[in-house]
Design a protein around this ligand. Structure first.
Ligand code: TXA
Ligand code: MG
Length: 319
């Protein structure tokens, strides 16, 4: 059983509490307490100028954290909160610099997980929480993953089972003149566009503000990971095996070949299920200590954008 009142007390005392959300597990601290927020950066080994998302119990808290809130923010909140959408808004003057990385904006979201919501309501304030992994690692989607990341250094880990969404929230920037998706997630651009009445753009490359998830090397397993076209899978696996390597293939198709140094894992063929499993799979693959992970490229459609984004980053880290 999760001790929600105890966790809320720990937050008030400036301690860290890891908790489940529908996307990934978060490493939480009282977002109004600079010392508590500093502990997040220390625990993660994350650069101090990377901004954090503040989690709120409901949209009525928005005005305590943001200013000049556009009407579209309230419409998006009504449509998608609680849920996997983070809104970037102009920061309220009271928001501490440790949260925003010194930027004039703040990231806010209401997560859709009963344990997260219970904790937020008991705490009755903003909880700053990045994904509960060490900097650059794969995000955790179970309480056991969180314990693997931090061991006994983290005393409070609330357990809400495996995360239903499995990859991080969609980040939508409403702080400027144009609406931009800074990080794609399973809440896709089409859903956002329906409420906005216009299609958001996607931030790219050098243009993007400081988002640690936008560093290429994020979300990476330790084992080198390469993306391959489905038609090239067997040839690529064979070449790696012939070179003496041990290989994991992650493909939506069942294995056609076998080899003592080949591990073939079948992937889901729909994006929601694929995303839900992805980070747990990457952790399993790392634990096999093979030389190479070959992942079949997802289809180039909008529904797969967020999955393709995370796989692309995992592959970039291997270069
Ligand atoms: O699904 C999620 O969003 C999870 C769960 C725990 O809520 N959280 C998460 O946090 O992924 P984190 O810190 O791993 O990634 C948050 C991203 C970072 O890339 C950060 O730079 C960006 O949000 N971010 C936060 N505030 C921002 C701001 N004011 N402007 C631009 N990007 C911001
Ligand atoms: Mg993260």
């Amino acid at each position: 059983m999760n001790d929600i009142p105890g966790a809320a007390r720990a937050l008030r005392a400036g301690e860290l509490v890891a908790f489940p959300t529908e996307t990934v597990y978060g490493l939480g601290a009282d977002a109004s307490n600079p010392q508590a927020v500093t502990k997040i950066f220390a625990a993660k080994g994350r650069p101090a100028d990377h901004p954090l998302i503040v989690h709120l119990p409901d949209a009525s808290h928005l005005s305590r954290w943001a200013r000049d809130i556009p009407e579209t923010a309230y419409r998006l909140a009504a449509a998608f909160w609680p849920g996997p959408l983070t809104l970037i808004l102009k920061r309220h003057p009271a928001v501490i610099d440790a949260i925003t990385g010194g930027q004039d904006t703040v990231g806010l979201r209401v997560p859709r997980h009963p344990v997260a919501l219970e904790l937020l309501r008991a705490f009755d304030g903003g909880i700053a929480a990045p994904s509960a992994n060490r900097f650059g690692h794969v995000s955790p989607t179970t309480a056991a993953h969180v314990r693997d990341e931090f061991g006994s250094s983290l005393s409070m880990v609330l357990d809400g089972g495996p995360c239903a969404v499995g990859i991080e929230s969609t980040i939508l920037d409403l702080s400027g003149d144009s609406r931009r998706i800074l990080r794609p997630g399973m809440l896709d651009a089409a859903a956002v566009a329906q409420v906005l009445g216009e299609a958001p753009s996607f931030a790219a490359g050098a243009d993007a503000p400081r988002v640690s998830g936008s560093l290429e090397s994020h979300y990476a397993p330790t084992t080198p990971l390469r993306l391959v076209a489905e038609a090239d899978t067997e040839v690529a696996a064979r070449a790696a095996l012939d070179a003496g390597n041990s290989v994991i293939v992650y493909s939506p198709r069942p294995a056609k070949t076998s080899h003592p140094r080949l591990v073939w894992r079948q992937a889901a063929d729909d994006p929601a299920h694929y995303a839900q499993e992805l980070y747990a799979r990457l952790r399993e693959f790392d634990a096999l200590h093979c030389d190479l992970i070959l992942v079949v490229e997802p289809p180039p459609s909008e529904a797969w954008r967020a999955v393709a984004d995370r796989l692309g980053r995992a592959a970039a880290a291997a270069k």
